[in-house]
Design a protein around this ligand. Structure first.
Ligand SMILES: Cc1cc2nc3c(=O)[nH]c(=O)nc-3n(C[C@H](O)[C@H](O)[C@H](O)COP(=O)(O)OP(=O)(O)OC[C@H]3O[C@@H](n4cnc5c(N)ncnc54)[C@H](O)[C@@H]3O)c2cc1C
Length: 505
């Protein structure tokens, strides 16, 4: 039976779920609040330059990678332009107090080699650590698009210890332990709390080889919309869902901002669950469920400076640069004391079509706590007041000054700057506290942050980064789970693998 499905939220998770279902013949309608669809894939334009809002570093897109297989199944791989980062330096790390830099190569053996040459006494430990990450990642069927047999709780217990403890089990050198956690801003790690599986899956994803979008990840969103429309679906942009009418634990209809009501057999929420609670009728969900989800801490947010560079001023860098004051700052991003902000930041020069020797734009992003902007939490985009604008200018100045220590003369290369804060992230995506990656996973309370795709509302399913994993690869994996709740277990995974085998042969 083909169903009529309404998807609330036309971000990454909503669009992938919709595309998977549309390909299976279901009649999908997506409602997106913003004028441009895509959520984290959305890019904004300023004077001919396109800037990414929430997708800079892509993993899983190399040949054989899970995302490569999913995009092949959806038929969008050849509609998007991607570029591999430098193989011998996927990431460049700078520790300013120590005055040391490291160039980290992609690939299992070369990753080890890039650090073993700096820490020769840790070579064997590094090999064991990386081998353990690959072995443990193999426990998770969905990650490798195998039919699901086990879940996290029936897998190897090492996946559920704290990420920092996991590293320390293998590595003796305290500095190397911190260095190995340098991808922390890609998953908002918190010492003692972030489960090892989050660290492992992200690390394996990127060690296998990161990519970048050439000209912005909006291309992925646009390609997904094409798949949905070619298969008879509809995507409404600029159409926020304002109310979800629930009676007897069943959605009767949704109301959009255009005042119209829409009905379907099934509804999928692809928005932050805490925002969902503000849309449903009183009493729709059990109180205990709502307070449990409301109590889950959210990941930290970020402050970004988007810079348009003067022509031929800074050379294009084909990898990401991570900068910290000291090694130990790696696990301090969650610290709510903002006096020494920024403890660290990342910068990158995104590639454009026909990328030449010089970069057109530069992005500097620093983790930031929501508490830094809490006093303006009642404001909305464009109406936050002078004090906020001054504060943003100060933050931008601090970030640029720090970056100048690695990129001397940066200030003279700047043509224009734009900034975004945790409030920007909160209001663009409707995500609680501007959390970059939604709910924090906590190995101290593993069940608290496990949100099932099924809800007590019979015809409502959930998808998106809060449900399983975040990011470019995590969100589509959740989308498969959600879509299979309608299509049938392992049906889509089976087709993805079949399709890929046919193309490979
Ligand atoms: C600054 C930043 C940098 C990031 N960098 C990376 C990166 O380099 N690599 C990576 O893998 N991941 C990155 N991420 C994470 C990635 O963007 C997210 O994991 C992903 O976009 C989450 O997808 P989602 O569908 O759950 O949410 P979103 O993509 O945010 O989608 C939610 C959608 O719902 C819409 N919506 C909300 N309320 C309503 C409503 N009432 N009605 C209709 N629509 C509504 C929103 O407008 C939005 O489009 C980054 C995130 C941020 C914030």
């Amino acid at each position: 039976m083909k169903e009529k499905v309404i998807i609330i939220g036309g971000g990454y998770g909503g669009l992938v779920t919709a595309a998977l279902l549309a390909k299976e013949g279901h009649h999908v309608t997506v409602f997106e609040k913003n004028a441009i669809v895509g959520g984290g894939l959305q890019c904004f334009q300023r004077k001919g330059n396109s800037f990414e809002t929430g997708m800079h570093i892509l993993g899983g897109l190399r040949k054989g990678g899970s995302l490569n297989k999913i995009f092949t199944h959806l038929g969008i791989l050849d509609k998007i332009e991607i570029k591999d980062v430098d193989k011998d330096c996927m990431d460049e790390l700078h520790y300013m107090n120590e005055g040391r830099s490291f160039r980290i190569a992609e690939g299992r053996k070369t990753f080890v080699e890039s650090l073993a040459k700096e820490f020769p006494h840790q070579r064997e430990n590094l090999e064991n650590y990386v081998n353990a990450m690959y072995t443990l990642s193999n426990e998770i069927d969905l990650y490798y698009l195998r039919p699901n047999t086990k879940d996290l709780f029936t897998s190897n217990g090492e996946l559920l210890i704290a990420a920092d403890k996991f590293i320390a089990q293998y590595i003796d050198d305290p500095n190397l332990r911190n260095i190995l956690a340098y991808m922390n801003p890609l998953y908002c790690g918190v010492a003692g709390h972030t489960p090892a599986y989050v660290h492992i899956l992200l690390n394996v994803l990127y060690i296998n080889g990161p990519c970048r979008m050439v000209g912005g990840s909006q291309q992925i969103a646009d390609a997904l919309v094409e798949v949905i429309e070619e298969n008879g679906g509809t995507v409404y942009s600029n159409t926020p869902v304002t109310h979800i009418c629930v009676e007897n634990r069943e959605i009767q209809y949704i109301t959009a901002k255009n005042g119209k009501q829409y009905t379907a057999d099934r509804y999928i929420s692809a928005i932050h669950p805490c925002h969902l609670f503000t849309l449903v009728s009183e009493g729709a969900f059990p109180r205990a469920y709502m307070s449990r989800l409301d109590s889950i801490p959210n990941s930290y947010s970020a402050f970004t400076v988007y810079i348009t560079l003067k022509e031929n001023s800074i050379e294009y860098i084909n990898h990401t640069c991570y900068c910290q004051e000291s090694y130990s700052d790696t696990w301090q991003y969650n610290n709510s004391d903002t006096t020494d902000w920024p403890r660290g930041f990342m910068y990158m020069t995104p590639p454009y079509k026909e990328q030449g020797k010089y970069a057109r734009t530069l992005l500097i992003t620093a983790p930031m706590q929501y508490s830094a902007v809490e006093k303006w939490s009642d404001s909305c985009v464009g109406h936050r007041g002078e004090e906020y604008e001054k504060w943003k200018a100060t933050c931008a100045g601090k970030l640029i000054s720090r970056a100048e220590r690695i990129l001397p003369g940066l200030k003279d290369c700047i043509k224009e700057i734009y900034t975004s804060s945790p409030l920007t992230i909160r209001d663009y995506y409707n995500t609680k506290q501007g959390a970059m990656y939604g709910f924090l996973k906590d190995c101290e309370q593993p069940l608290l942050s496990q949100v099932p795709i099924y809800t007590k509302i019979k015809n409502l399913l959930l998808t998106g980064q809060n449900i399983y994993l975040h990011g470019i690869c995590g969100v589509p994996l959740t989308a498969i789970n959600t879509a299979e709740a309608i299509v049938g277990e392992n049906i889509i995974i089976g087709k993805i693998n079949e399709n890929y085998k046919t193309i490979e042969s």
